[in-house]
Design a protein around this ligand. Structure first.
Ligand code: RM4
Ligand code: MN
Length: 390
């Protein structure tokens, strides 16, 4: 690798930020069992404290996404001030359309206008939280869908969805964005109402420039070429954010890059190759994960480091050599350029970055040695531990 490439990579890495999900710091599990862990945060304030630890040791995770109503507090101004004291800020506000009896047959798509209105009003509440916390991203994952052919009219559901989204969009402030997530299956299995990036994009294009697509890496069928989707959304200027995680089978929500670090590299390669890494490009690199059996703060630290490693490798791709090989139809030469970057050990480069940032070169070990984990296990007694869906 040339010295120039490394210097440019360091500069770009110093600008990258990764957003942490509040729900990663609460107890979570599968539909079979939630294994509680000692010291787990008991409220949104403690979740922010834990997230701030991840930022402290990685230096690149200064925002935390919240979920409404899981993170509802009486005074959001106080929560935002607490975040600021901890050196972090509030990121995306996630709405929740999947935990209410009224939503059994849909929320924003429901045939009953009263139910749709309830779901729209919930977003007014989320936008209010955004105003109080300084958040600029409203994230919607629509769990609506049908289980049986003929259960409802597919077209009518899309039309109702478009209308509901339009009403939510109209409530946004100019600096706000609406981030629309897609998922091809679950909780319904015949037809999800936003199953894919194309459907999300169609709605975003109809809404306007403040509407962007969210790509959750766990929400695709096996074998899907995710980096192609990344490229296409960037081309349309509508990639608003990632929900990073790792999947083996479905929406597993495991540590990003753990099962397929090469896929994460290929995704980051499209980001870097399309000039979308810098904060000005507006792509929010968020994690959407749960740590069910592993400790949560180290799980988040590992996740952040995995994203950084994939990013560093993507930054080391010799783009001039790649373009030349592609131009000459040099199939294997072009592939070699990519593999050279992928096979580079970027840990020394990231250690250098951390030195420059004035933090320990090994975030994982530094956190383990800090005594924080032992302290929260000791001190956080009483109260109810925050849990997924609590
Ligand atoms: C969904 C999606 C959303 C997340 C919910 C809990 O599958 O990934 O982003 O908020 O799960
Ligand atoms: Mn997600």
């Amino acid at each position: 690798m040339t010295t120039d490439l490394r210097a440019a990579a360091l500069e770009a890495l110093a600008q990258q930020t990764i957003e942490l999900p509040s729900w990663a710091f609460g107890n979570s599990g599968t539909r079979f069992k939630v294994f509680g862990q000692p010291g787990v945060a008991r409220d949104p304030f403690e979740k922010l404290e834990d997230a701030a630890q991840v930022h402290r040791y990685t230096g690149v995770a200064p925002r935390v996404s919240l979920h409404v109503p899981w993170d509802l507090v009486d005074d959001f101004g106080k929560l935002a001030a607490h975040a600021a004291d901890l050196g972090v800020s509030i990121g995306a506000i996630n709405s929740n359309l999947f935990q209410d009896d009224d939503y059994r047959l849909g929320s924003l798509t429901h045939a009953d206008p009263d139910v749709r209105q309830k779901a729209i009003d919930h977003h007014a509440q989320c936008i209010d939280v955004m105003r109080r916390t300084g958040s600029t991203d409203l994230k919607i994952w629509l769990p609506d869908g049908t289980n049986y052919p003929g259960q409802d009219d597919l077209r009518a559901r899309q039309d109702r969805l478009a209308d509901s989204l339009q009403q939510i969009y109209a409530m946004l402030d100019p600096e706000h964005r609406l981030l629309l997530e897609y998922k091809f299956f679950e909780p319904y299995f015949y037809a999800m109402d936003i199953p894919d990036w194309g459907t999300s994009l169609v709605h975003c294009l109809a809404l306007g420039e403040q509407a962007m697509v969210v790509l959750d890496t766990g929400h695709h069928a096996p074998g899907t070429n995710i980096e192609f989707i990344v490229m296409q959304l960037l081309r349309a200027k509508r990639l608003g954010a990632f929900d990073f995680n790792s999947r083996n089978y479905a929406d597993d929500d495991l540590i990003v890059g753990s099962a397929d670090p090469f896929q994460l590299f290929r995704i980051m390669n499209e980001i870097v190759g399309n000039d979308a890494l810098s904060p000005a490009a507006g792509v929010n690199f968020m994690l959407d994960q749960c740590h069910n059996i592993e400790p949560k703060i180290p799980g988040q630290i590992r996740s952040v480091m995995n994203v950084q490693e994939a990013t560093a490798k993507a930054l080391l791709v010799d783009r001039a050599a790649l373009a030349a090989a592609q131009q000459h139809g040099d199939v294997l030469g072009a592939n070699n350029v990519l593999m050279d970057a992928y096979n580079t050990d970027v840990r020394p480069l990231l250690a250098l970055l951390r030195e420059q940032q004035g933090i320990d070169t090994d975030p994982y070990a530094a956190y383990a040695a800090s005594g924080y984990q032992e302290r929260i296990a000791r001190e956080r007694v009483g109260g109810t531990q925050a849990g997924w869906g609590a």
